[in-house]
Design a protein around this ligand. Structure first.
Ligand code: SF4
Length: 266
């Protein structure tokens, strides 16, 4: 269930009494969000509160949320307001957690870091759902606060990644290397797009590459779909995958088999 975020300012957060040194920072740290989903079941382990942040530097041809691209759109909230809202759902998400998604949450790395810090302070598990496109040194404050990452590897081939998204996969791989170094859990996400990433040779290479990372707990192989196509039209953007078919169940089964044969959980 995705709803528009309502910062009602009631401040009915559970850590209200604990707001001391960090309060000023949390009140002053502002970010822009697109929307929230209070009972997310597909963005990390368990039932999660998912925040979709506004702004993304990539232009993935298959993007189903182009309405998150514009960093100046959306709603401005403070980290504290957002976490107060999250904490009203605490009983529902205590076995799951909080996921910051987008858009690209690491584009607002300081805000993301502060929201995650407050969530952790309140005992909630934290995840960041990212394309990994933000340079590591800029993303680091937020990465350090995340218990785990949902990390897109859009394409194993750097040039093909650029053609598909507008940027190579260099930063995403640097982010994965960082996670390996600090033993941070990663679920890799890979969208299977006929004519682009549905290429068995490249999928073999990707599976082989990922099998070398201990931090990769599993790979989520997501079939391309066109559910966001209408948004491109509304925004006046040119949707290039108009004629691209969704992968068949048989093709997806074969793709999964490639990863399983390398010992990867899918
Ligand atoms: S990274 Fe996500 S939000 Fe950004 S363009 Fe790609 S699919 Fe869309």
């Amino acid at each position: 269930m995705r709803t528009d975020f309502i910062a009602d300012g009631t401040g009915n957060g559970y850590n209200k009494g604990k707001r001391t040194g960090g309060k000023q920072m949390a009140d002053q740290m502002k970010g822009r969000i697109h929307s929230v989903e209070s009972f997310g079941a597909v963005d990390g382990p368990g039932i999660r509160f998912v925040v979709f942040l506004q702004g993304c530097p990539l232009r993935c041809l298959f993007c189903h949320n182009p309405d998150t691209w514009d960093g100046k759109a959306g709603r401005e909230v403070s980290a504290q307001e957002l976490v107060d809202e999250i904490l009203t759902y605490r009983n529902y998400i205590k076995k799951g957690g909080v996921t910051l998604s987008g858009g690209e949450p690491l584009l607002q790395a300081q805000f993301t870091a502060e929201v995650l810090r407050l969530c952790k302070e309140n005992g909630l598990h934290t995840a960041v759902d990212t394309s990994g496109c933000i340079p590591l040194e800029r993303a680091l404050p937020a990465l350090q606060q995340a218990d785990m990452l949902l990390l897109d590897i859009k394409d194993i081939d750097p040039d093909d990644a650029k053609a598909l998204t507008g940027m190579t996969n260099q930063n995403a791989i640097a982010t994965l290397d960082y996670c390996e170094k600090v033993a941070k859990t990663v679920w890799v996400r890979h969208v299977v797009v006929p004519g682009y990433t549905l290429n068995y040779d490249k999928l073999e290479r990707l599976a082989e590459f990922l099998s070398g990372y201990n931090c990769v707990e599993k790979v989520e192989l997501l079939p391309f779909h066109k559910m966001g196509e209408y948004k491109w039209e509304v925004l006046g953007e040119d949707y290039k995958l108009f004629d691209t078919e969704e992968p068949t169940q048989k093709e997806m089964a074969k793709v999964k088999g490639i990863f399983r044969s390398k010992g990867i959980l899918v």
